[in-house]
Design a protein. Sequence first.
Length: 254
Amino acid sequence: MDEADRIHEAFQSVAERLASVLEGAQFDRGDGYCFMAFPTFPIRDLNGVWADTDAAADQLEARRAQARDIGTPFIVMTRAGKTPAVEAAARELGLTREVSFPGMAVTAQELTEPATDLEVIRVETADGLAQALAVGASGFGIPADLVASVYSLEVAELKGLETYLGRVDGRDVSTAVGFTIDGTTGIFSVATPEEHRGRGYGAAITAQAVRDGFHAGADLAGLQSSPMGESVYRRLGFREVERYTLFAPPAKSH
């Protein structure tokens, strides 16, 4: 597999591992796609179909109905240039809001070391996970109960997963998650509350998660970047190896 395929498979494998411990979750691999539904973790990007080939095009309607029955959001995630029929089918289903963002990768030789005063610790206790949850929810600007299930001890005990908390002068200022599977480390949930941004904390905690993944045997790390984070990751040595397009329902008007 090339780097794009490796990080894509790592992202899906992480979802599969999460589904094995989260209540009511479903993860199915079909012909050219995977379907995922997380009732206790109804985050947009991890609920719906991730398509690899156009064989998935005729499965979208049935999978959307399945998500509706479960009570989870439904999106379609595509890889640029690989699934034009899936993209057309997603639009026909009314998933007309399109969000494009990069899948990025870095090797040990490419990773740079940011200089900050951040203390990065791995959290494993319920109290530590609750602190990471609070920082993550604040950083993403979402209610804590929306993502609380993935900061549980059951998730923390998954093999290859590490949750990180960044501190400065005893204050919790940043968080991230690293998940190493089959030689690839996926980086997720990098969040810094607004009042602590602009000081390199997100870069430092990401770099620590990547280094730990390499020490655990990985030779590649990858992530999906928001527009805000892309320049940060590029300075760390990450480069775009994939372009994703997410198809979602239109934004609700207020």
